[in-house]
Design a protein around this ligand. Sequence first.
Ligand code: HEM
Length: 412
Amino acid sequence: MEPSMDISMALFSPETANDPHPLFARLREAAPVHRLERHQWWAVTRHAEVSRILKRPDLFSSDTGLDRLCPPHIDERTWQELERMRGPSMFNSDPPKHTRLRKLVSAAFTPRAMTQLEGRVQQIAGRLIDSILQRETFEVVDDLAIPLPVTVIAEMLGVDPARGADFKRWSDDLITLGRMTREQRDWAAAESVRLIESRRELFAHMQEMIAARRQEPRDDLISQLVRAECEEALTAEEVLGAVLLLLVAGNETTTNLIATGTHLLLEHPEALAELRDDPALVPNFIEEVLRYEGPATMLFRRTTAEVEVAGAQIPAGNLVVLLLGAANRDPAQFPDPDRFDIHRDTRGHLGFGQGIHFCVGAPLSRLEGRVAFTELIRRLPAFTRMDARPAWHDHTSLRGLRSLPLRFVRRA
Ligand code: HEM
């Protein structure tokens, strides 16, 4: 990498969002750690160092303060309100607070809980595929990849089915709002007012639900969190924060897994043919999607003390950007890393992170992915893409397709 190049500009440019891998490869080959010129930021590129950092939360804190930085295109008051409506979360806290917040949520994602959920996930996916089969063309993102995780999490939380349509809208708007705060160019005044209003409605509804479950607990995740609140393990804001985090962290990422996975099947027809022959390969295919083109391409940490990483001396209080997308294609960890290979040994991929913050929802997204791809492969006839080129979202840190319109190829 030429020393004069501003890496931070390149990392967040639209070209990189469209395809981050050439830049990731150049950075990884040039050095394990780069200092980003315009900030006190450091980018870490290789698997060994990224993995080591994720296992040292004492030196690399998740309380980065990044969420407290108001993006320049949003006014300070609105940002403060959005922050208030988010609540505290495990995502950006360190032990011991992190341990307490995570323990209660993780109980909902045990293998036993997932086994109990599987039939229902199959029903929901089956119904979505039924409706896709009525048509000649379909849109993977809107018709399958968005509604599946949203419907599942709504049911897990215990949202009243009568409010299902509202919940879906709030959840979609939450995703759009998140994208707009990242993808600054899309921030239009009228739309932002509507999205913020929608987030207020979701916040109010969640508060109502929490109050109702306090009065009358049920067999759902919100009741479980409220019970923890009564036993003084959580505060009311923490319950709200946990619910909103599940929506934010779980929906868009799983949507991206399903849409990107479908895109990769179109790019690799031999893999699709193998999966049709042997659906038992689907779980490994999913892990390879997470490695090769995972939704989360970077994570942030802040150093708590001066620390050395691969020869670079990083001062205390600096921000460290962990390039998961680069580490997942590090040839030192994965031989021939740019090859998409559904038979590969994917162990050690960092698509769900590693260490104490390892994705708490991983079992759920693996289940949803497995059901979605198995149904898609089993029930849909051959399909082909309608767009010449894939349309990726405009931000490097969360990788996913805007849309993926497909057409069935029906034999006469
Ligand atoms: C954490 C990725 C699905 C909830 C994480 C982290 C990653 C990640 C990389 C680590 C963050 C860090 O270390 O700072 C993904 C991907 C998903 C997915 C790629 C889908 C393919 C889900 C789902 C849920 C969820 C379905 C819940 C419904 C969370 C939560 C955390 C987290 C709550 C924070 C854990 C902690 O801080 O201890 N996820 N995630 N994720 N994820 Fe996921």
